[in-house]
Design a binder for this molecule. Structure first.
Ligand SMILES: *Cc1c(COP(=O)(O)O)cnc(C)c1O
Length: 823
């Protein structure tokens, strides 16, 4: 961003400048809000954005240590005399005010995009179509929220000729703020779907709320084919100054008529507008790509550009991998593939992720970078700027590929290797060059850096369990909305977080300010502590042999018997500890671990009353059938028994303790029994009993290792069980029952998803591989195969196998590598 002084920022945000007076004139050229993605830049201003679950003020001391000097805060107790502070009422509002002020400095056109689906892809496509001829600024990734939008707008500067920003809302009243920040001249409404419907009275109301973004637009681009959208927009246009630019694929009266013809791998489109006909084609055949392409085309017209000049770019459009991909590489390397276009903003985001990953795993930081194209900047300036970024993020080594970066090699100050093209890099490539490094691979499309990633990628086992960390955050948010603000949440991360890996999930939950974590055995807890997890952890099944280690690591036991209570008290006295928190488990009908009769419960309480080594942190019980409506009478009995027990304990114990009984299904079904805490398990991992809008978090993926043709009368696999009726094409996939795929899925009972189609498993499943009948599908060696995930729900697989999703999730063997996706 273009620099402003702290004094100016204070004025714009109605804040009070405090702290070290010598810093008052510090220029600010970067605004940050994520404490994890910070690296020393003495012109950064940190906004301490505090949501209900994350108090960013807590990170200030740590950030000051990292060299950040300036902060916008709302909590006066976070001030000190070393840093510069702007004290405001509400930090989010301050960020929004700053962005709105900043936006108003620029007079070039800005396109604002909203709607339920397609915002990011239309924005990215507009960028791809326009960037060869125009210098654009756009929202990074899908930064479209109350915080993402201001951060995007702050990326504008004088060198740009056009801005493209997306705006997303999840409830009423939000768009009005985003309108002030983006202040678009041209509006684009993509479409309307079901997302966030629970927060709106009706679909029409949701449309109207979204249209708020276009209140001051000159032109509004929209599709005319859906009655609700058409009527609401026409009504909106009648009341506001914007002029509509409508388009149709269904022959409706509109400013632009599109006619389409789907071919094998592409779609030909004819656009009739203003007495003119343009022809273009896109390399997709699906309806949503078609709609997104038509929006992009219509936007060119809204921008008063001649579409004919951009037709070639439509042919080159690509689907978006909306994220960075992190993979295990050779020789202990970690690969980060960045599929975003290689402009400097996106590059800076990728570098922050690189830094984060490298620190976490103690790795060197290496960047493989191609020429940066279409930046509109002088070569020498551009690469000087790239070098500054690389230095800022502490990159150890750069591998530059392409004629431009090669010719500017003197601009770089770190260790470097340079090649004129990818082929010459590949020719000299030697596996030993890469070891114990985090490697960011970022190339413009035509450099085909996927070939470099495939050289560096670990190939020992092609089967992975892909975990989407963003989806876990989403799911946590869904449950947070169901529980009262004061109710704590304990996240169950036992059994490697239901199979999805341990440390990464726990780390994420800690960042999301989870109140408690629960593991099954002490070893799991120790591993978490050793990886820097400091939130309270309960061990559900504490073993006497591990008591000393548990105490050393502050792991709190679930106390389910008097014997255990006495033994643990003894261990704490040996360790010389006082008030060590323990959790008392009552058995109210499950007949598993827990104390069942009142006499024993009271003995335990008496023991605790007179023992200063231990402190009763919570009392809890577990429901046997919270997911089953037929057992509701029993569940209520359990909850009643629990309350009676708790009352008795409360009468005896001189201090207060937390009470909890609900697991995931309980949270969904018995919301009045949340007490002080709930224990969230399977819901976090994407499975809801009552159909909550959760996201899938884990996908079991593999690849095709070989394809063969099998003739009638031949058979496939062990015991010749895979019978062939007519000439078939068979794919062999490196996933077997030793990986945790149930052998009962063989012989057609189970299926997989290959290139948009379901295909049956043929023959018996082997220990390390299985075979698919792909006769009906166009597929090649190396193609991806999904066994469960977004296309094949885990709950469906559980039904096929007559089991529960828990068993499927936790049954994937530890040899299957977990890889994590996070935006
Ligand atoms: C595993 C477990 C939970 C979580 O159950 P979900 O059904 O996965 O939500 C809660 N409480 C206890 C005691 C558990 O062992």
């Amino acid at each position: 961003m273009q620099a402003l002084s702290l004094t100016q920022v204070a004025e714009i945000t109605n804040g009070k400048l405090m702290g070290n007076p010598e810093l008052a004139h510090l220029p600010v050229s970067e605004v940050i809000s994520d404490s994890r993605k910070v690296f020393k830049n003495n012109q950064s201003l940190f906004f301490a954005l505090s949501g209900p679950f994350n108090n960013a003020h807590l990170y200030i001391p740590e950030l000051q240590e990292k060299g950040i000097q300036a902060f916008v805060v709302s909590d006066p107790s976070s001030l000190n005399n070393t840093g510069a502070f702007i004290l405001v009422e509400d930090t989010r509002e301050a960020l929004q005010k700053l962005a709105a002020y900043y936006r108003a400095q620029f007079s070039y056109p800005v396109v604002g995009i909203t709607g339920s689906n397609g915002k990011t892809i239309v924005k990215e496509w507009l960028h791809d179509i326009l960037s060869p001829k125009h210098h654009l600024v756009r929202s990074p990734k899908s930064y479209n929220s109350q915080i993402g939008v201001p951060l995007s707008v702050l990326l504008m500067d004088e060198s740009h000729q056009l801005g493209v920003f997306e705006a997303g809302i999840s409830k009423k009243g939000e768009m009005h703020r985003l309108e002030k920040i983006i202040a678009p001249n041209i509006g684009l409404f993509t479409n309307i779907g079901d997302a966030h419907q629970e927060n709106f009275d009706s679909t029409r109301q949701k449309i109207r709320e979204k249209l708020e973004l276009f209140k001051n637009c000159d032109t509004l681009v929209y599709r005319n084919d859906v009655a609700e959208v058409k009527e609401e927009i026409e009504d909106f246009l009648a009341k506001n100054k914007a002029i509509g630019l409508s388009w149709s694929l269904e022959n409706a009266a509109a400013d632009i008529q599109f006619l389409e013809k789907k071919l094998q791998n592409s779609t030909k489109i004819e656009a009739k507008h203003g007495g003119k006909n343009d022809f273009f084609s896109i390399p997709f055949t699906d309806d949503s790509a078609l709609e997104n392409a038509c929006h992009s085309f219509a936007c060119l017209i809204a921008l008063k550009l001649d579409p004919e000049a951009y037709i070639e770019e439509f042919k080159k459009l690509q689907a978006l991998a909306m994220r960075l991909e992190i993979k295990q590489g050779i020789n202990n390397c970690l690969l980060i593939n960045d599929y975003y276009n290689s402009d400097l903003n996106a590059f800076s985001i990728a570098l922050s992720v690189l830094k984060q990953q490298a620190n976490q795993h103690h790795l060197e930081q290496v960047v493989v970078l191609s020429d940066i194209q279409q930046s509109g900047q002088e070569k020498a300036d551009l690469y000087r700027e790239v070098n500054a970024l690389l230095e800022q993020w502490g990159i150890h080594k750069l591998i530059g590929i392409g004629p431009d970066i090669l010719s500017c090699r003197n601009a770089f100050s770190m260790k470097g290797e340079f090649y004129p093209d990818r082929e010459s890099f590949q020719k000299q490539f030697n596996r030993t060059q890469f070891a114990a490094a985090a490697v960011l691979i970022k190339g413009a499309r035509n450099f085909e850096f996927e070939k470099i990633s495939s050289l560096l990628q670990e190939k020992a086992h092609q089967t992975v369990l892909e975990i989407n960390l963003n989806a876990i955050v989403h799911n946590l948010g869904v449950y947070r909305q169901l529980v009262k603000p004061e109710t704590k949440i304990m996240a169950m991360v036992k059994a490697f977080s239901y199979g999805s890996g341990d440390v990464e999930v726990a780390r994420l939950l800690q960042y999301q300010n989870i109140d408690y974590l629960a593991v099954a055995v002490a070893d799991e807890g120790i591993l978490l502590r050793e990886s820097g997890i400091h939130v309270p952890i309960v061990v559900m099944n504490p073993e006497k042999e591990a008591f000393q280690l548990m105490i050393d690591h502050n792991l709190e036991p679930n106390i389910y018997s008097l014997q255990l209570l006495e033994d643990f008290a003894w261990a704490t006295s040996i360790a010389g500890r006082k008030n060590f928190p323990v959790h008392l488990k009552l058995d109210t009908g499950m007949n598993r671990l827990g104390i069942k009769n009142l006499g024993e419960i009271l003995s335990a309480v008496n023991f605790l009353k007179t023992n200063d080594r231990l402190r009763l942190q919570s009392v809890f019980s577990h429901l046997a059938g919270s997911d089953d409506p037929q057992l509701d009478a029993f569940s209520f009995e359990q909850m009643e028994r629990f309350e009676t027990f708790c009352d008795s304990i409360e009468r005896e114990l001189p201090y207060a303790f937390d009470k909890h009984i609900l697991n995931t299904a309980g949270i969904e079904r018995f919301s009045s029994k949340q007490f002080d805490m709930v224990r969230l398990g399977i819901g976090l991992y994407g499975i809801s009993q009552t159909g909550l809008p959760l996201e899938n978090i884990s996908s079991l993926l593999s690849t095709i290792s070989q394809i063969k043709t099998v003739e009638t009368n031949e058979t496939v696999g062990y015991n010749r069980r895979g019978e062939i009726r007519s000439k078939s094409k068979i794919a062999i996939v490196p996933l077997g029952y030793a990986d945790g795929i149930d052998r009962k899925l063989g012989n057609g009972k189970g299926s997989a998803f290959v290139n948009e189609q379901r295909v049956p498993i043929i023959g018996n499943i082997c220990m390390d591989m299985l075979m698919l009948d792909i006769t009906e599908v166009a597929a090649e060696i190396g193609d991806r195969v999904e066994f469960f995930g977004p296309n094949l729900p885990i709950s469906e697989l559980a039904r096929t196998l007559d089991t529960i999703p828990y068993e499927i999730l936790t049954g994937i063997s530890q040899r299957v590598k977990r890889i994590y996706l996070q935006e």
